[in-house]
Every structure is written in C-alpha cells, then in structure tokens.
Design a protein around this ligand. Sequence first.
Ligand code: Z5A
Length: 220
Amino acid sequence: GPLQPLRRGAFILLEGCDRSGKSTQAAKLVRQLKARGCRVEHMRFPDRTTPIGKMIDAYLKSTQELDDHAGNDEKIFVKVKVPSSFTSRFSVRLKLVCSASGTSIVVERYAYSGIAFSAAKGLDFSWCKSSDVGLLAPDITLFLDLPICEAGKRAGFGDERYEKEDFQRNVRSQFLDMKHDDMKIIDARKTIDEIHRELVAIAIETIKKCATLPLKDLWK
Ligand code: Z5A
C-alpha cells in the first residue's frame, strides 16, 4: 500500500524561574500523556548524570567553585551558561528521539535558562544567544510564570546560589524578553491541577500539529 507519512514526536519545553513548578508539572504531564497512549520521554537540562552535568550541578549547589571568568575553555562552565558542546550534544539526542523513534519529549529547562541566567549575571544578551543558534528548537515552550515574591514562599527557595530575589527578578525579565510565537506564558500561581489541565491540552494539540512538520532550528 502507499507509504505512511513519517510521524515525529514533539519537543515540549517547560521553562520558568525557580520554584515555578517545572518538575511537578513535567512529571504529571508525562504520566498523563503516557496514560493517553502517547510515546513520551522526560528529560532535564542540564542532564546531571553525565560528568559535565555533575560539575554543573556541583557549581549550582555551590559545593565546588569553578572559575566564572574562564574565557571560552569549553571544559569549564562559562559564567552560568552550560558549555555549548554540552548543549549541542543534548540537542542531537533530542533530535534523534523525536525524529527516529517518533517519541515526544518533555524537557525541563533548555537554552533559554542558560541565556536568561547568563544575561542576568551581566553577560551580553546577543552573545549569549549566539552560541545556541541552530540547536533544535522546541515546538512549544511553556513558560511557568511566577512572581518572585510568590516563589519565595515555596519550599526550597534559596537553596541554590542564584536564588537571591533581585537576581531572580532580573532572570524573569530576561525570560520574558525572549517571548515569541512558540512560547506560551502560563500563570504559575494557579493550582497544580489547574496548570496541569492547561498543559495537557496544549501538549496534545502540539503533538498532533507537529507530527508531520519538519523540526525547527533555534533563533533562525
Ligand atoms: N541554570 C543556569 O544557570 N544555566 C543554565 O544553562 C541552566 C540552568 C540550564 C538549577 O536549575 C539552576 O540552574 C537554576 C538555573 C540554573 N538556578 N537557580 N537558581 P534546576 O533546573 O536544577 O532548578 P530545579 O531544581 O529544576 O528546580 P526549580 O527551578 O527550583 O523548581 P521547579 O522545578 O520549577 O519547581 P518544583 O520543584 O516543581 O516545585 C517547587 C515547590 O513548589 C515544590 O514544593 C512544589 O510542591 C511547589 N509547587 C509546585 N507547583 C505549585 C503550585 N501550582 N502551587 C503551589 N505550590 C506549588
């Protein structure tokens, strides 16, 4: 018979400031999509199970000091941006999963986090963006938006080194400056279940819409 058109999975990204509910929502979303028969994988950026990921994790937890001014030696975390060799390897893995196996992916954090945190720390915004040109672009970015004063009330806020309130406020505005057509701002002050229902509806629409569309590149 006629060849079936190739179907691919969707790249669904959850972004947001600290304690906005990314992990909570990603886990619930993946569970719900599976229950509805979708093939879906859950990933987190940076992937802290790899050696560089462990270094980054240690840095963010302040247990190990890495040189913030280390130039562009890719082995070192430059300011707060994950080295581009690391990010591009992650992007290649995403591409393989979405296209080759047609599995959708729910990812927590991605290039936008790196850019927002680096720019908030004083690096040039365009410079920050430039190293991520051509990475796989999410089909939809769900930005969980939570006013910083609300985040401060949630469990665990203040554990990691960049959680000072002014800094987080700056990060949030860097994120919002990257708003574009494929980024939806979600009010993260709602209840966990309200947000969940919203995300499920958007995710399913995105998976259907993207199945036969080509993958996209970031910032192109
Ligand atoms: N970073 C960077 O600098 N450069 C980079 O390139 C990248 C990241 C990629 C760690 O990130 C740091 O890395 C972060 C950015 C920087 N910097 N800081 N600071 P991370 O990804 O490890 O952060 P996280 O560990 O994923 O967690 P998070 O952002 O802090 O939290 P979350 O995943 O968004 O939220 P949650 O864990 O689901 O929920 C937090 C709490 O709120 C928890 O007690 C929930 O039960 C509660 N919660 C969740 N939803 C609700 C609602 N709707 N109402 C009330 N309470 C809620």
